[in-house]
Design a protein. Structure first.
Lengths: 304, 513
């Protein structure tokens, strides 16, 4: 139901740009939109799971940066690709684990914990690289993430697979039910025997892992890793999840909605750029879209 | 003389629902008028019209013979109507006085809040009813009963002519209720018309002279409570005679749960008990005697500091509810909204929460099996309406309770712990829950029922433990079971001599004077 509303929103936006921008519906451009949305979609999927659990992960950008610079410097040093990529994923998982433990076991508020680790992880990335970008990634590594399959960029396919897995997790596994229960009413979930801490920690670890995946996709595309990469990524990810129907109160959210939300944001950016709209106005349009989505949500569904 | 409050032909239509149908009755000045009916009978809708939240589709409200337009809560307040809600609408961090002036603070020059003047006036209003309350104290530091009194003082301060109270005593102890009853009687002496909504019939009989009974949005009748029996009032509420069912015992001699010297860090000291297969064990005692805390220890929700628990002769240790559930114990908590249900999720999801491992043997939920089991268990507990995909928050309290019971049936639980199993539940649904508990016992489940309602304990229990100060003060078998016997053991001796405390909400004599 809610996803249908998000889809209608996307169709309206597509129609508007289709009418205003010649060549907007060209296959090349549509693929572009998907590619440009893929990194945010990847982060937003992890964010959705965390938000459903009743938390938030503000540290995804710096987690991605830390993962990126470590993978990149291993690649430059000649470490085998799988090992370097695995190291990047491990960094993402570790960042998520720390967030999760501080939230679930120490009992700190998710906003504050990830605000703290946002600075901490960014600082570690800067300290590790001395503030300089890691340049000269091997061409073979870049080829992995820049390839394409069935005419679609590999990055898009990877994120589509991640989305499918996230959808299965949420709809078909006990962990998905636990996420919804913990975010929906933690005390009741506890009495019903839901493993609260494990569920929350897993959500943050998935978010960290997906941030690391987004980092690999990005450095593959750019051929370099900057320690300042991923600045403000968390905001786009939260926006995509919220447009898609996730409630920041927890207990509610949708994988399909989040993907549509990420594509809506990507479409806005793509269309406005093609129309040569100044970046200030692009920012304005993005802000208004988020507010409009929330307003429509409230008006159509009433309270709660 | 025209009555202080009169409802004249009030109807309220919602899309597809006629919530109120031609409701008429009146309440005189100085009268405490009971308003009775099952959940969904229309009491809350009527109170919302009185307090300006809803506007009637037809009919009018008259105060002292004058029709009044209550378009919003501010207008209702200006007309002299004060509402005291079941869930108190107060701000715990603000002071008592600040809460009493919430929304219309006294100011100096319209800019600065005149705190000391607020506190002086608050103290004056409180002096009449409970001088022990400090107007400067943070409201959150007060007990629920005192907070209720603050709300009443606020009504006095507003010079309310009509006070409507919605389930004011749902979380009060008997002695607190008696205090409240005196305050309400005081209000009535001042000429205030009081509309008193409660599920507890004995309370209504105790403090009201007349009562209006509603069913399905319409008035069934207004009665003089001195002329009618509780039984006939219940029949008016539910539209049929509820068979007064007798206790049936199914207990066997086989010990299932054995507890020795169980204690927690705070409220439970040295509790030992046995629970047999098919037995319903009642636990009575005053609020604060450690009953709820004992159940939480048994359910693994809190950690025991010492003592042992054995199930079927095997020692068990719980580090969380998960362990207790695995050992076959499930808790049906007192506060359903807070500890029982996940409101946005469906009946099926709420039911399955405790037995996910069963429904997902290979990591992925077998939805077909889940649906089948949900249908079976919800039929078993007689869920109404039978809509398994509907969010549980849209169901009545009684049906939410049935879903929670179904949760434990699905999890294969053998020991069910009920904390106040019928709190906030209709009379009709109450009888169903009782029958369900008995059937569970007959099937061989072992059941513990903690309850403040002595008739409930007596109706259900094969044996009763009376708790006092965190320990078992007495054990009563059915032969020696009576409200008086329970009360005698539940009350600390010193207090009993003062004659202040009465066990159980229904230990009526004092309350009915």
């Amino acid at each position: 139901m809610r996803d249908a509303g998000t889809l209608i929103g996307l169709i309206v936006i597509l129609a508007v740009f289709g009418a205003l921008v010649p060549g907007f519906f060209a296959e090349r451009n549509l693929i572009n939109i998907l590619q440009q949305s893929s990194i945010n979609a990847c982060l937003a999927l992890g964010m959705t799971l965390v938000i459903i659990s009743g938390g938030i992960d503000l540290s995804v950008g710096p987690t991605a940066a830390l993962s990126a610079v470590i993978s990149a410097s291993m690649l430059v040093a000649g470490v085998a690709f799988p090992l370097a990529i695995a190291a990047g994923f491990a960094i993402g998982l570790a960042c998520g684990l720390l967030n999760g433990v501080l939230v679930a076991h120490v009992g700190l508020q998710p906003f504050i914990v990830t605000l703290g680790t946002l600075s901490t992880y960014r600082a570690l990335a800067l300290i590790y690289t001395g503030g300089n970008p890691v340049l000269g990634l091997p061409a073979g590594f870049r080829a992995i993430f820049n390839g394409s399959l069935f005419g679609l960029p590999l990055a898009v396919i990877i994120v589509a697979v991640v989305a499918l897995i996230a959808w299965i997790i949420l709809k078909k596994t006990p962990f998905g039910e636990y996420l919804l229960a913990v975010g929906g009413n933690e005390e009741a979930a506890y009495i019903a025997g839901v493993p609260i801490a494990r569920t929350k920690i897993a959500a943050y670890m998935i978010s960290g892992l997906l941030a690391a995946l987004a980092a690999q996709i990005l450095i593959g595309r750019l051929g370099a890793a900057e320690p300042i990469l991923g600045n403000l990524w968390e905001l786009d990810a939260i926006a995509a999840a919220a447009i898609g129907g996730a409630s920041l109160m927890g207990g509610k959210g949708s994988v399909v909605g989040t993907i549509l939300g990420a594509v809506i944001l990507g479409t806005m950016r793509n269309g406005l750029t093609l129309m040569n709209v100044q970046s200030f106005y692009q920012l304005l349009a993005t802000g208004l879209i988020i507010l409009a989505a929330m307003l429509i949500d409230r008006v159509t569904r009433g309270r709660g | 003389m025209s009555p202080r409050l009169q409802f004249a032909g009030i109807s309220k239509l919602f899309p597809a629902v006629r919530a109120l149908d031609d409701v008429s009755f009146s309440v005189g000045a100085g009268e405490i008028h009971g308003l009775l009916g099952e959940n969904g009978a229309g009491k809350s809708t009527l109170l919302r019209i009185l307090s300006g939240v809803y506007r009637p589709t037809a009919g009018s409200v008259l105060i002292d013979g004058q029709p009044v337009t209550l378009n919003n809560p501010v207008a209702a307040r200006a007309a002299g109507v004060a509402m005291i809600h079941q869930e108190l609408q107060q701000v715990p961090r603000l002071s008592v006085a600040q809460n009493m002036f919430l929304g219309h603070p006294l100011t100096r020059g319209g800019i600065f809040v005149a705190r000391s003047e607020q506190e002086r006036r608050a103290a004056a209003a409180l002096a009449a009813i409970d001088p022990s309350i400090d107007p400067a104290a943070p409201l959150g530091s007060l007990k629920v009963a005192q907070r209720q009194i603050v709300e009443i003082a606020r009504a006095l301060l507003d010079r309310a002519r009509i006070v409507a109270m919605d389930e004011p005593t749902s979380s009060l102890t008997p002695s607190e209720f008696e205090r409240l009853a005196k305050v309400i009687a005081g209000l009535a002496r001042e000429g205030v018309a009081v509309v008193y909504v409660s599920h507890k019939l004995d309370e209504v009989f105790g403090i009201c002279k007349r009562a209006t009974i509603m069913r399905d949005g319409a008035v069934v009748g207004s009665v003089d409570l001195a002329q009618v029996s509780e039984k006939s009032v219940v029949a008016m509420m539910v539209g049929r005679e509820l068979a007064q069912e007798q206790h049936r015992a199914h207990a066997t001699g086989v010990v299932r749960l054995s507890v020795r010297g169980l204690a927690s860090a705070t409220k439970v000291h040295d509790v030992s008990l046995n629970l047999n297969r098919g037995e319903v064990l009642g636990i009575a005692g005053l609020v604060g005697s450690g009953r709820t805390e004992l159940l939480r220890l048994l359910a693994g929700a809190d950690r025991a500091s010492s003592g042992t628990i054995e199930i079927d002769g095997k020692a068990v240790r719980f580090s969380g509810p998960r362990d207790a559930i695995a050992a076959g114990i499930g808790l049906v908590p007192e506060e359903r909204k807070r500890e029982g249900i996940v409101p946005l999720r469906s009946i099926t999801s709420n039911m399955a929460l405790a037995s996910m491992g069963v429904f997902a043997p290979r990591g992925v939920i077998d939805h077909r099996r889940l649906k089948r089991v949900a249908a079976e268990k919800m039929k078993r507990v007689n869920l109404r309406p039978f809509l398994l995909d509907r969010p549980i928050r849209l169901f009545s309290g009684g049906n939410q309770q049935k879903a929670i019971i179904g949760r434990w049936l699905a999890a294969g639980t053998r020991i069910l712990l009920f904390d106040e199993p019928t709190r906030g539940i209709d009379v009709g649904a109450k009888a169903e829950i009782y029958r369900l508990i008995e059937e569970l016992a007959a099937e061989g489940h072992s059941v513990v029922v903690v309850s403040s309602e002595l008739p409930e304990v007596i109706r259900l229990a094969d044996r009763v433990l009376v708790m006092r100060d965190g320990t078992v003060a007495a054990e009563l078998d059915r032969a020696s079971l009576s409200e008086q016997a329970i009360a005698a053991h539940a009350i600390p001796q010193t207090k009993m001599q003062n004659g202040q405390v009465h066990a159980g909400s229904s230990a009526g004599p004092q309350a009915r004077q």
